[in-house]
Design a protein around this ligand. Structure first.
Ligand SMILES: CC(C)(COP(=O)(O)OP(=O)(O)OC[C@H]1O[C@@H](n2cnc3c(N)ncnc32)[C@H](O)[C@@H]1OP(=O)(O)O)[C@@H](O)C(=O)NCCC(=O)NCCS
Length: 200
């Protein structure tokens, strides 16, 4: 946080404060801090196995750029960037972001990566999606959260489905992969109260 009056005001209006943990099964979420912006974070973003399906792969991410991004997320009233931390041992293994939030329509995008390969396939992303989505509905009062996934990214699609998201559509050959294009899948989850009041 910058320490400026504007920064202090923004921090007071956010729905979670530094140090608070959002508990999940085997993991917890907390806000990403400037202290997290080190070599490990840079390595994750530059790892071709991690960034293969991420839009972050199009740019270089040096420490300065990472700190700028994290600072902006910490100041924003429309984004929440969480660290995904293993409950036993406290290792930071990846990030999950809610945002940008559309406060008129009360919906938000969700995106995530698990940077540590040895944490893959253990339900970490599924649980992080569940916890962040609960935060969106219960603490932010949103009524919908949505994600897009490259069709080849079956691990991410499975994690969303396990967390309760419905596949809502396919945008054909929308995104580049290697020398060609692939489909992009759209997922969404509605707050349970919104589903029961759906006129359809
Ligand atoms: C894709 C990703 C988020 C999955 O995270 P994860 O913590 O391994 O996911 P989960 O363990 O919750 O997996 C959900 C399911 O998908 C499976 N799965 C995970 N990675 C997989 C892969 N690469 N291929 C096929 N299945 C996979 C898991 O085994 C699990 O199924 P199971 O319970 O039957 O074993 C993680 O590998 C990652 O961060 N990759 C790089 C960044 C990325 O692609 N982010 C998502 C952009 S939309």
């Amino acid at each position: 946080m910058t320490g400026s009056p504007a920064g202090a005001e923004a921090s007071e209006r956010r729905a979670i404060l530094d140090g608070e943990r959002l508990a999940g099964n085997g993991i917890y979420l907390r806000l990403v801090e400037l202290a997290d912006c080190g070599e490990r974070y840079r390595t994750w973003l530059g790892d071709p196995e991690v960034n293969r399906f991420l839009e972050t792969r199009w740019a270089e991410h040096d420490d300065w750029a990472i700190r700028e991004f994290v600072s902006a997320m910490r100041m924003s009233l429309s984004d929440y960037l969480f660290a995904i931390v293993e409950a036993g041992g406290g290792r930071h293994v990846g990030n999950i972001k809610l945002g940008a939030i559309n406060w008129r329509h009360l919906h938000a995008d969700i995106s995530y990566f698990i940077g540590e390969h040895d944490a893959w396939g253990r339900g970490v992303a599924t649980e992080a999606i569940r916890v962040a989505t609960r935060f969106a509905f219960e603490r932010l009062g949103l009524h919908r959260v949505q994600a897009v996934v490259y069709a080849d990214n079956s691990g991410s699609a499975t994690a969303l489905e396990r967390a309760g998201y419905a596949r809502e559509g396919v945008a054909r050959l929308k995104v580049r992969i290697g020398d060609g294009w692939t489909d992009q899948l759209a997922y969404g989850m509605l707050r349970p109260e919104s589903v029961s009041s759906d006129p359809a």
